[in-house]
Design a protein around this ligand. Structure first.
Ligand SMILES: [Zn+2]
Length: 878
C-alpha cells in the first residue's frame, strides 16, 4: 500500500471569505525579534545552568527519507504528510527530493528580494506567521554589510547589524555550550548533584533535548498570539532555503541524515556476504552514478522506445501519412504504455482491492494527473509564466531529440492546448473526497455503453494479454463524468496530437534519467515552476531513485543497523494507549448514536498496527523472490525501463489473485506514516521512529507530542470524511446512522470553514478547506488523543522531572514538540503548488489549526479566551 495521492469528496463550495490581508508592517520584523529574543532568552535561563549548543544534526538525530514510490493503489492510503510528491511537477515524482545546502549561497542569489509568504487567519484576531523567508537579504550580496530592516516604521535604535547580532549569538551559544558540557562532564564524573531542585532532569540527554528545543524557539513571540512563531521562529531564521530546494523543514533535515546513511550502505563495495537483492540494488545505484556511461549511451534507448510505440510525430513532419498510418489505435497505445512501461496517460489504472469487497482484487480506473502539478496551472491566468516555461521545456526536449525548433514549438502548442482541455474536464480534487459518491462499479460491457467513444476492450487487452477480459469483467471507476468527456474530446482531436501528447508524458517521466543536456532543460523549467535555483548532487538523486524504486531492498539494508527493537515495543505500547484514548473520546461524544458508537469502537479495536518493517526483509530468499523478475545492466536508462516494466507486471499480476491482507509493502526507510482503509491498518515505518518524533531518551511528553500525535493522526484517519465510510474489514459500507452522519458533517463543516479562512498572503491564496479536510480532521483528533494518552501515562507513572533551562511544564512541552515538527519555510512557488495540489495543509497551519482548537493547549499556555490561539469558537470532530 505504499501509496501516493489521495482521493475524493464532494460537498457544496463555501463562499470564499472576504479577503483581509495583514500588511507587512503589522508582522513582526525578524531583526527586532532576534534582539528581543536574546534578552528574554537569557532572562528565562536559570542561574544555575546554561544549555549546550546543539548543531542542527542533533536536532535531526537519526533521520530518514521522506518519499514513497508511486504505486497504483493511490486511492486507499492516507499518509502523515506529503513526502515530497507534491512539491514538484508530477514528472519528477521519483526525483523530487532536493539535497544538501548551497555551497556558495551568496554567489547565485535569486534576483528577487527577500520574499515572505505569510499565513493569516482573520477569523478572530489576526494571526500572522512568517511562512517563508525566501532567500533572505544576504550580506554578501549587498554593499551594506549591515542592512537595515526594511519597514519604514522601524525605529532607528533598532537598526541592529545582522552580523553583530550573529556574532553575539555565536558567542552566547559558545558560552552556553561550554557551561553545559562542563555540567555534563561533572555529572559523568559523579560529582553531582548539581542542583538542589530534584524535579529537574540534568542528564546529558535532558540537557541536549532542552537545548535543541530552545534553539528553535523565538521566545519573544507571544505563544497565545502565534504559536508557530513562538515554537519555530529561530529555527526558520537559521535555516535558509538552499538553492536546490523549494523549501526547508525539519523533515528535510531528517531526510538529509537518512540520505547519508543510505549513501554509505549503497556505496560499499560488493562483498561475498551480500545477498542477491543487495547486489542488484548496488548495481542499480552504480549504474545511476555512472554518468560517463549515461553520456556515451545518449538518448538511443529512448529513441528506440518511441519508435516501438509508433514514433513521436513532432520529430517527423510526414508522420500522419507515413508511419503514422500503421500505429494502431489510441487505446492500443495507452494500453501498451500502461502495460509495458507503467505509464498512465489520460487514464489512471491499477489493480487493487475492491473498496466494497476488500478481499478481491479488481481493475480500477480514474482520471490521470497532468504534466503540471494541478489543473489550476492550466486554468488560472496567474500561471501564464509556468505554462510558458512548460511549453518551452517540451519544445526544447523535442529539439534535442531532433525536431525542427519552429515546427516543434507549433506542435507543442497544440499539445498544450489539448492538455488544457484535459484540465477543463478533470474533476477538482476538492470535489472527489466522498469515496462512496464517486465509486462506480460496472462491467466492461456497461463501461462500453456509457463511454462508447473509447474502445475499452482494446485498451485492457493491450496490457492484459495473458488474461481474458470478458464482457462481465467488473471495473470500478472513480471519475465517470471525466471519462464521458474524455471520450468526446478524443473524438474531436487529431490522432497526431494525441500521439504527441501521450509520448510527451512518457518522455517527461524519463528525462531525469538522460544525459546533462536534457537535465539542463529540465532544470530551467523547474526554476520557473518551483523556484529551485540549482540541481541536486548526482548521488542524492541516485539514492533517492534507488530508495523509491527498490524500497524494500534498501529497507532491508537500512534496518540492519538503524532500527532498535526496543522502539518497536515502545511504539506498540503507545499505540495501545492512544487507542484507549480514542475509545474514551468515543464514549464522550454526544453527537453519536449508541449503535454507531459501538461499531466505531469495534473498528478502532480491529485496527492492525505495523511498526518498523515487514518480517520478510530479514529473509533473503523471500526478498529475492520479490525482485526475481527484475534485472539490471550497466545502463541506467535501460534499468529505469526495466523497473517500469516490473512495476507494470507487479500491478497487473494481482488480478485474479486473492488480496494478501498481511502483505505489507510500505518501504521502511521513509519519514512518514500511513492509514490504509482497505485493510484498516496503521503503519509506522522505521524511518519515523526517531527524533524529533521519538527517542528512548526523550521525556514522554515529547514522545507523545511527537510520534504520539502521528499515531493519533493515523487512527483518526479511520474515522475522517473518507475513512469513516469503511468498516472494520476495510469495506466501503454505510455503517453509520443517518442522523449521526448529519452531525458528523456539521462538525466537519466547522473544520472546513476554519481552514478555508487561512490565507497565504504573498501568493494571495486561501487554504482549500475542503481538499484538506481529511488531514485536518486527523491532525485535530491526533493531537487530542495524544494529549489524553500522555495524561493517562502520567496518571500511571507520575509527573516527569522538568527539562533544564526551559521554564516549561511537560504539558507545555508536549505542545511545543508537536509544533516544532512543522518548523520550516517554503518558496512562494512551492506555496502555490502545495495549496493547489496537496491534501495536507502547510506546516504552520498544521500548528495553528489544531492548537487553536485545543482547550488543553489554551490551558497549558494560559492563553486568554479570545486570543488568536484560544478563540471563542473552536471546532472539534473527534
Ligand atoms: Zn494523514
Amino acid at each position: 500500500m505504499a501509496a501516493p495521492l489521495l482521493v475524493p469528496a464532494a460537498q457544496s463550495i463555501p463562499a470564499p471569505p472576504p479577503l483581509i490581508v495583514v500588511s507587512m508592517d503589522s508582522v513582526d520584523d525578524g531583526i527586532i525579534q532576534e534582539e528581543e529574543s536574546q534578552t528574554v532568552n537569557d532572562a528565562l535561563l536559570p542561574k544555575t545552568l546554561n544549555v549546550v549548543a546543539v548543531p542542527a544534526t542533533i536536532v535531526a538525530d537519526g533521520g530518514c527519507a521522506a518519499s514513497n514510490s508511486s504505486s497504483n493503489n493511490h486511492h486507499v492510503a492516507r499518509r502523515w504528510w506529503d513526502g515530497w510528491l507534491r512539491t514538484d511537477p508530477p514528472e519528477a515524482i521519483s526525483d523530487v527530493m532536493q539535497q544538501n545546502g548551497p555551497k556558495n549561497h551568496s554567489k547565485k542569489r535569486s534576483k528577487k528580494k527577500s520574499s515572505e509568504v505569510r499565513v493569516v487567519n482573520h477569523q478572530n484576531n489576526y494571526v500572522a506567521v512568517t511562512l517563508s523567508e525566501n532567500d533572505p537579504a544576504h550580506p554578501a550580496a549587498t554593499a551594506d554589510p549591515c542592512p537595515s530592516p526594511t519597514p519604514s516604521s522601524q525605529q532607528p535604535r533598532r537598526r541592529i547589524c545582522w552580523w553583530f547580532l550573529f556574532l553575539l549569538l555565536l558567542l552566547t551559544v559558545a558560552c552556553l555550550a561550554f557551561v553545559a558540557v562542563s555540567l555534563v562532564s561533572l555529572l559523568r564524573n559523579g560529582q553531582g548533584p548539581l542542583t538542589t531542585d530534584a524535579t529537574v532532569c540534568f542528564t546529558e540527554e535532558c540537557v541536549r533535548t532542552a537545548a535543541s528545543l530552545l534553539l528553535a524557539m523565538n521566545q519573544s513571540a507571544d505563544p497565545c498570539q502565534d504559536f508557530f512563531q513562538f515554537a519555530c521562529g529561530t529555527w526558520n531564521k537559521k535555516h535558509l532555503i538552499p538553492e536546490d530546494r523549494s523549501s526547508i523543514s525539519t523533515f528535510e533535515v531528517l531526510f538529509d541524515q537518512l540520505q547519508i546513511i543510505l549513501k554509505d550502505l549503497l556505496q560499499e563495495k560488493t562483498i561475498p556476504e551480500d545477498n542477491e537483492t543487495t547486489n542488484k540494488t548496488k548495481l542499480f545505484y552504480n549504474s545511476c552514478m555512472n554518468t560517463s556511461h549515461i553520456r556515451s549511451t545518449g538518448d538511443t534507448v529512448l529513441r528506440e522506445t518511441l519508435q516501438s510505440l509508433g514514433g513521436w510525430p513532432v520529430l517527423d513532419v510526414e508522420w500522419s501519412t507515413g508511419q503514422g498510418a500503421d500505429v494502431g489505435s489510441v487505446e492500443n497505445l495507452l494500453g501498451r504504455l500502461r502495460g509495458e512501461l507503467n505509464q498512465g496517460v489520460m487514464i489512471e489504472q491499477w489493480v487493487g482491492p475492491d473498496d466494497k469487497n476488500s478481499s478481491v482484487n479488481i481493475i480500477q480506473i480514474d482520471q490521470m494527473h497532468l504534466g503540471l502539478p494541478a489543473r489550476d496551472y492550466y486554468l488560472k491566468p496567474s500561471s501564464a509564466l509556468h505554462v510558458k516555461a512548460y511549453h518551452r521545456y517540451m519544445t526544447e526536449v523535442a529539439v534535442l531529440l531532433g525536431a525542427d525548433k519552429l515546427y516543434a514549438s507549433d506542435e507543442m502548442k497544440k499539445v498544450l492546448h489539448f492538455e488544457t482541455l484535459l484540465a477543463h474536464i478533470s474533476i477538482p480534487e476538492a470535489d472527489r473526497h466522498d469515496t462512496g459518491a464517486i465509486y462506480d462499479q460496472m462491467t466492461l460491457v456497461e463501461l462500453e455503453v456509457r463511454v462508447p467513444e473509447i474502445r475499452w476492450r482494446e485498451y485492457f487487452n493491450a496490457f492484459l494479454p495473458n488474461l481474458i477480459v470478458e464482457d462481465s469483467e467488473p471495473i470500478v471507476s472513480y471519475a465517470m463524468s471525466y471519462f464521458e468527456e474524455l471520450g468526446k474530446l478524443l473524438m474531436r482531436t487529431e490522432r497526431r496530437i494525441v500521439q504527441n501528447y501521450a509520448l510527451w508524458r512518457l518522455i517527461m517521466e524519463l528525462v531525469p534519467h538522460l544525459s546533462e543536456d536534457y537535465l539542463e532543460k529540465r532544470a530551467e523549467f523547474r526554476r520557473v515552476l518551483t523556484g529551485v535555483l540549482s540541481e541536486r548532487n548526482r548521488w542524492n538523486q541516485c539514492i533517492d531513485y534507488t530508495n523509491k524504486k527498490l524500497g524494500m531492498a534498501v529497507g532491508a539494508m537500512f534496518i540492519r543497523d538503524n532500527f532498535n527493537q526496543e522502539s518497536k515495543e515502545v511504539a506498540l505500547e503507545m499505540i495501545h494507549t492512544l487507542r484507549e484514548a480514542f475509545i474514551d473520546t468515543l464514549d464522550e461524544i454526544e453527537w453519536m448514536d449508541e449503535e454507531t458508537r459501538q461499531v466505531a469502537k469495534e473498528k478502532a479495536l480491529a485496527m492492525n498496527e505495523r511498526i518498523g518493517y515487514p518480517e520478510m526483509l530479514t529473509q533473503p530468499d523471500l526478498l529475492a523472490e520479490e525482485y526475481a523478475s527484475l534485472n539490471f545492466t550497466d545502463g541506467h536508462f535501460q534499468n529505469i525501463l526495466n523497473i517500469k516494466r516490473y512495476e507494470a507486471e507487479y500491478n497487473l499480476n494481482k488480478l485474479r489473485q486473492p488480496v494478501f491482507k498481511d502483505k505489507w509493502s510500505t518501504e521502511p526507510a521513509v519519514v512518514n506514516a500511513f492509514y490504509n482503509p482497505n485493510t484498516n491498518d496503521i503503519v509506522f515505518p522505521a524511518g519515523i521512529l526517531q527524533p524529533l518524533f521519538y527517542s528512548s531518551q526523550f521525556p514522554k511528553s515529547l514522545n507523545y507530542g511527537g510520534i504520539g500525535v502521528v499515531i493519533g493522526h493515523e487512527i483518526t484517519h479511520g474515522f475522517d470524511d473518507k475513512g469513516r465510510q469503511f468498516d472494520k474489514d476495510g469495506n466501503l459500507k454505510q455503517w453509520w446512522n443517518n442522523a449521526t452522519v448529519q452531525a458528523f458533517r456539521q462538525r466537519t463543516q466547522c473544520i472546513i470553514d476554519q481552514y478555508s479562512n487561512y490565507i497565504l498572503d504573498d501568493v494571495g491564496l486561501y487554504i482549500d478547506g475542503r481538499m484538506t479536510q481529511g488531514e485536518n480532521i486527523a491532525d485535530n483528533g491526533g493531537l487530542k488523543q495524544a494529549y489524553r494518552a500522555y495524561r493517562k501515562w502520567v496518571g500511571r507513572h507520575g509527573e516527569e522531572p522538568l527539562l533544564p533551562g526551559l521554564n516549561l511544564s511537560h504539558d507545555q512541552l508536549f505542545f511545543l514538540n508537536y509544533a516544532q515538527i512543522w518548523c520550516g519555510t517554503m518558496r512562494p512557488e512551492d506555496a502555490i503548488s502545495k495549496i493547489r495540489s496537496s491534501v495536507h495543509s502547510p506546516g504552520p497551519i498544521r500548528v495553528l489549526g489544531p492548537l487553536s482548537n485545543s482547550p488543553e493547549f489554551a490551558r497549558a499556555y494560559q492563553c486568554p479566551l479570545g486570543s488568536p490561539m484560544n478563540p471563542y469558537q473552536k471546532c472539534s470532530v473527534w
